[in-house]
Design a protein around this ligand. Structure first.
Ligand code: FE2
Length: 412
């Protein structure tokens, strides 16, 4: 055999190995989607005693069942199993295919308790692999991650989101949940983009709850149904808003968190927000929305929300949309309040943040506004950790490389 023949054998062998590995990879991705669907866990209205789950399948319509067992080593045998049944509905995709959306809520759970769970149709062979989650403890203190605009199209776009979340959950390893302030995907009608998003989130999304905020790119033909089909969020939003599960609130520790849909009816949500904030006695009030009120530009339609935020002395507003970093001075009635330091005291105003983007897309830095305390474009994926401890809220924003780029405290 001459050198040329040997070279050809090596090339052919290499191509065969690459094809086999590639096929195995695709089969794995496919089985995640169908045989072992990706299960998204979300927070229910009461985070200490309940938890919600969503997964999708294609093929035949199947029931939505959930089994839970307490502890580390669940056998799913005996009479310790907790059984729940939820709903199965269908959603038609732009591609002409139909997927089944399964949603179940587990209730009457014990606070601060580890559970093992599996979902499926209830038949012997019809269960997912066993996963875990933990209910919120009865404590005031906790940490959560806030990030926004993963907004990808391709698998490699969502690698950036994956890297951001890997870093975020390493930096804030005790995070109780993740707030995503919207624009999960570039085109919400694309099934591929959602699959890539879910694949890139498998390491945590079945265990650490996501708090989804709908963005303008997550809307398909004015409808919120595609977005809502991935998440089982509290059904306590503005009652007449189409796709109510895009506007909701929940309580965690000493905080009340309200999520708004900037793409839905603003008036209905203004009334809802007023009532929602009036009815909580939690120390900390946080609002999350996609398009910003104070973020370098202002979405004029949501000006009324600022009045409600002022009235109820909301501490912090988590925003998205602008794909640059900004943090406002505390603001009240359209004016900067306080002494300009990074320590905000005694409900002197509300701080509005945009933590750049967590995906591939960055915008050119906008013009500085009077309310900007911190404003930059570093063209790096970012995330923030928010820690509530006693009467102090600490906000820390990092870039993907682990550089701490902004920090402030709110003290009551
Ligand atoms: Fe966006």
């Amino acid at each position: 055999m001459n050198r040329k023949d040997t070279m050809w054998i090596v090339i052919v062998a290499f191509v065969i190995i690459a094809v086999v590995l590639g096929m195995r990879w695709f089969t794995q991705a496919d089985s995640e989607k169908n045989g072992n669907p990706i299960i998204v866990n979300t927070i229910s209205e009461d985070s200490t005693t309940s938890r919600a789950f969503t997964w999708q399948t294609d093929g035949n319509k199947l029931p939505a069942k959930l089994q839970l067992m307490e502890g580390e080593e669940a056998t799913f045998e005996g009479d310790q199993i907790l059984n729940y049944e939820g709903t199965t509905s269908s959603i038609d995709l732009d591609t002409g295919s139909t997927v089944w959306v399964h949603k179940v809520e587990a209730t009457n759970l014990k606070p601060g308790t580890k559970y093992q769970y599996r979902v499926g149709d209830g038949s012997d062979e019809g269960w997912s692999k066993v996963l875990t989650f933990e209910t919120a403890p009865v404590t005031n203190d906790f940490t959560f991650v806030y990030t926004t605009d993963s907004q990808g199209e391709t698998r490699s776009d969502f690698e950036l989101w994956k890297n951001t979340m890997d870093k975020a959950l390493k930096t804030f390893s005790g995070a109780s949940f993740v707030v995503h302030a919207g624009d999960f995907v570039e085109d919400a009608g694309s099934g591929d983009a959602w699959n890539f998003f879910m694949e890139a989130s498998t390491a945590w999304i079945s265990r650490i709850p996501i708090v989804p905020v709908i963005g303008n790119n997550d809307v398909v033909d004015g409808e919120f149904g595609r977005f809502a089909s991935f998440f089982n969020t509290p059904d306590n939003g503005a009652s007449k808003l189409s796709g109510t599960e895009t506007n909701y609130s929940f309580e965690y520790g000493s905080a009340h968190i309200a999520v708004l849909n900037t793409e839905g009816s603003i008036k209905q949500q203004t009334e809802w927000l007023e009532e929602d904030l009036a009815n909580t006695d939690k120390e900390w009030k946080i609002v999350a929305m996609h398009r910003p009120i104070y973020g370098g530009n202002t979405y004029k339609k949501i000006q009324d929300w600022a009045e409600v935020i002022d009235e109820y002395e909301v501490d912090l507003v988590l925003q998205g949309h602008n794909h640059e970093y900004s943090r406002s001075y505390p603001v009240r009635d359209g004016q900067i309040t306080g002494d300009g330091s990074d320590s905000i005291r005694n409900h002197e105003g509300t701080v509005y943040v945009v933590a750049n983007a967590s995906g591939p897309k960055f915008n050119e830095q906008k013009v500085d506004q009077f309310y900007h305390k911190v404003h930059f474009q570093n063209y790096k994926q970012m995330f923030a950790g928010i820690t509530i401890q006693d009467h102090t809220l600490t906000y820390q924003a990092y870039d993907l490389d682990g550089n701490l780029l902004d920090e402030f405290h709110i003290q009551h």
